[in-house]
Design a protein around this ligand. Structure first.
Ligand code: ADP
Ligand code: MG
Length: 560
């Protein structure tokens, strides 16, 4: 139930980013989940959903925030009349029933007196002869189908104690299979439709006792369960309640029996009547959506990643829907209940939540700006069922006795007001980041192990290569040393040899210049002597020639 203005997104889910509250279409029939045949259509033609439609095709503009608002869907209300019981047959034998039903017109006439009556229209009018199967099909089956498609759903019974609420919702049908109530039939359909390998169904079963206490019917010691509201999405949950996974119908029936036994025991202990407590069955359905890859497509297109890599990064899509079945406490007024003391307190408290529910429904029916959701735990719990995002079906139960005309009238009026409440049905679909995280964790662990293995191999290789290199270096060093030594020796020898040669040469050299100088000086002296001699010889020759010339000239002169 939404606080604040009606239909204002219900305050639920409208601000979420991770959630993909997907809008249903407007006219066609919703598709059954892939791979499973759709449950057969509801028997009562007029009690069909009018606002449901096909889901948008994968990736076809139906991205994360494609629909923040959902689709308007009115709360559906059926009225069911209980047949006269033995007491009424005796006591009211002379009186006509206070109501007259016209099921084909979906009308109920409430007799004021013998000649006057008020007429009311309902979505479905179920007579005292209506079978449990038919009641399930017109009241609950469309909601169950919706839950299986990923929408939240609520089925609720409202009416005076003894008019058949528990008969309608909670009969197990142990003794007569045709008597199975809505809870049992709903679970049969849910279990038949889900894929056990990928989908899970879990439930909690609670009752709201007097003094606004919520007790876990699967663990009755836990009798003060808190209602927690997600500040982001506005979704309410009961984290303290036992949640049991249901795999087959038998275990479900066992849980219902356990819950019922605890309900009776708790009420006996507290000296209360179970008709004064609200019983709430919460069935959580979590389904994997197969073959949808819009995020993958857009991400891989953006980044150009290979599809196999993207496959491992793509968060799976899950639909997490919830079916809430509420068997409300008797709606009769306290003064009529004849309660005293403790029981009166209890009745007051129960009536507080019921009257608070009535007020909320009035406010929603009148589109009032303020819906007093927070006035009671029941209305907080049913926040999503009235004015929220759930598909809601209400069955109001009445008895035929004219002695209870007042209660019957108020029940009918409650139903009439509830028919005016609009919900905004939204698909509860989201990316399953948790399972992606788990999957990536596993892959990360694998990679860590592989990395460790490779690192070890790498380290071993490095060690091996280092050892080999060191050995080779040592060998090479050794070889080098030897050859260097050899070279050194060789060059040393050569050095010594050349030194020797040089020394010899030097010695030779030392000796040879003196001799040469000597020889040279000797020859120089000889030449000078020779030159001197030559000079003298020439002089004497010149003198002689001059002498001879003189003699000759003398001789010539003389001759002359
Ligand atoms: P409530 O839960 O509203 O207090 P119950 O479901 O306990 O009422 O019904 C009171 C009695 O009336 C029960 O004995 C139940 O078997 C009987 N009863 C209720 N509805 C029907 C019905 N449609 N057909 C036959 N018996 C019914
Ligand atoms: Mg009951």
């Amino acid at each position: 139930m939404a606080s604040g203005a009606r239909n204002g997104g219900g305050g639920l889910g409208s601000r979420t980013t991770a959630k993909m509250d997907r809008q249903q279409g407007s006219t066609a029939t919703p598709k059954a989940p892939a791979g499973k045949p759709r449950l057969s259509a509801a028997g009562g033609g007029a009690y069909r959903r009018t606002s449901s439609g096909p889901l948008p095709a994968a990736g076809a503009g139906g991205g994360r925030n494609s629909s923040e608002s959902g689709v308007s869907s009115r709360v559906r209300v059926a009225v069911r009349l209980r047949p006269r019981n033995a007491e009424e047959q005796a006591a009211d034998a002379d009186f006509a029933d206070c109501v007259e039903l016209q099921p084909e017109l979906k009308r109920l006439k409430l007799r004021k007196n013998n000649w006057e009556s008020d007429t009311f229209e309902f979505d479905e009018v179920l007579t005292e002869f209506s079978s449990q199967k038919r009641v399930y099909e017109v009241v609950a089956k469309p909601v169950v189908e919706s839950v299986l498609e990923g929408y939240n759903g609520t089925v609720m019974a409202y009416g005076q104690t003894g008019t058949g609420k528990t008969f309608t919702l909670g009969r197990l049908g142990d003794e007569d299979t045709a008597a199975r109530g809505i809870m049992v039939r709903a679970m049969e359909d849910i279990l038949a439709d889900i894929t056990p390998e990928t989908d899970t169904v879990s439930l909690s079963y609670l009752q709201q006792l007097y003094m606004e206490m919520i007790q876990d019917l699967l663990d009755p010691v836990n009798d003060n369960i808190a209602i927690v509201e997600d500040p982001r999405t506005g979704d309410v949950s009961l984290p303290g309640a036992t949640v049991v996974e249901v795999r087959d119908q038998k275990s479900f029936m066992d849980l219902l029996r356990i819950g019922e036994a605890h309900r009776v025991a708790a009420n006996t202990k507290l000296n209360t009547e179970s008709s004064r407590s609200h019983a709430i069955l919460m069935v959580n359905v979590r389904r994997a959506v197969k073959g949808r890859s819009e995020m993958n497509v857009s991400m891989s297109a953006e980044n150009g990643h290979s599809s196999s890599m993207m496959d491992s990064l793509r968060p799976p899509i899950v639909r997490k829907s919830k079916l809430v079945v509420v068997d409300l406490a008797g709606s009769e007024r306290i003064d009529k209940s004849g309660s005293e003391g403790h029981t009166l307190e209890e009745a007051k408290s129960i009536n507080l939540s019921l009257s608070s529910l009535g007020k909320c429904i009035n406010a929603l029916a009148e589109s009032s700006a303020h819906v007093p959701v927070r006035d009671s735990k029941l209305t907080r719990l049913l926040k999503d069922s009235f004015g929220g995002t759930a598909r809601t079906s209400l069955v109001v139960t009445i008895g035929p006795s004219p002695r209870h005309r007042g209660e019957t009238t108020s029940t009918i009026m409650f139903g009439q007001r509830a028919m005016k409440v609009q919900n905004m049905v939204k698909l509860k679909e989201e990316f399953d980041y948790k399972s992606l995280c788990r999957r990536l964790d596993i892959e990360l662990d694998k990679l860590i192990a592989e990395n460790e293995r490779q690192r070890k191999y790498f380290d071993d290789e490095i060690e091996r290569i280092t050892a080999e290199a060191q050995y080779r270096v040592a060998e090479a060093e050794k070889e080098c040393k030897v050859s260097l030594e050899n070279e050194k020796m060789k060059y040393h020898q050569e050095y010594l040899d050349s030194i020797k040669i040089l020394e010899e040469k030097w010695k030779v050299h030392q000796q040879s210049p003196k001799k040469q100088i000597k020889e040279e000086s000797t020859s120089n002296g000889d030449v000078q002597d020779l030159l001197q001699n030559e000079k003298m010889l020439r002089q004497s020759a010149e003198d002689e020639s001059n002498d001879l010339k003189n003699q000759l000239s003398h001789w010539k002169k003389m001759e002359v």
